[in-house]
Design a protein around this ligand. Structure first.
Ligand code: SAH
Length: 211
């Protein structure tokens, strides 16, 4: 419990920055970020910064995670697809929020590590190792889709696999900077799109991402 106060302070900090989704803030109070990062960076677990998780990948800054998750407008029991499992921290937050979580990771080593972590921590997320730009047809449609790596565009498979009235959050841009696109699916082939500027994610690599 040594990180409990720091976790509380981080959540207060996010509130002060304008985050209001109580379901999310409450999940953030309960999920232990220090358990998702390498031991060397653990002292920084509750700073509002991105941290390295190995394999040239990063766990996003808490404020970025907050903006993305709040934009999903997630409700309990909704079905969510996450692309880029990474450390598993984002997936654990979604699970803690009461969602049915499906998550895809392309890197086999990261995938194997996160499976062990979820097992140990009792996080029940459906995981798959593969190219997330193709989505996960077997479980579509999804109420929400969250992509946690930067893409050159919105993959068609993800647009198709989003439920009508569903929402998707995806960073789109070049390799060094992206805007966060928030898509709401208003009919089988229509989307409303909002954009939140200035983010920097690691690249989404795949058939409908970066090659
Ligand atoms: N959500 C993660 C963030 C991980 S960083 C967390 O909370 O820690 C982005 C991850 O996306 C990396 O692990 C990277 O390997 C993965 N990734 C990149 N392209 C992918 C693709 N096409 N499909 C699935 N995962 C991908």
């Amino acid at each position: 419990m040594m990180y409990k106060l720091q976790r509380f302070e981080l959540v207060e900090n996010l509130r002060n920055k304008g985050i209001t989704d109580e379901l999310f803030l409450n999940a953030m109070l309960n999920v232990e970020r220090e358990k998702y990062i390498p031991s060397g960076v653990r002292p920084h677990a509750y700073k509002d910064i991105a941290l390295p998780i190995g394999y040239e990948q990063t766990i996003s800054q808490p404020y970025t995670i907050a903006i993305m998750t709040e934009a999903l407008k997630l409700k309990r029991n909704e079905k969510v697809l996450e692309i880029g499992t990474g450390s598993g921290y984002q997936a654990a937050l979604l699970y803690e929020m009461g969602a049915k979580v499906y998550s895809i990771e392309r890197n086999m080593d990261i995938y194997n590590e996160v499976l062990k972590r979820f097992e140990k921590l009792g996080i029940r997320v459906h995981c798959k190792c593969g190219d997330g730009t193709l989505g996960w047809d077997a479980y579509a449609p999804f109420d929400k889709i969250i992509v946690t790596a930067g893409s050159p565009g919105v993959p068609d498979a993800l647009k198709r696999q989003l439920a009508v009235n569903g929402r998707m959050v995806i960073p789109v841009g070049n390799k060094s900077s992206q805007t966060l696109k928030v898509l709401s699916k208003t009919s089988p082939d229509e989307f409303e799109i909002e954009e939140i500027p200035q983010f920097a994610f690691v690249p989404l690599i795949g058939r409908d991402g970066w090659k």
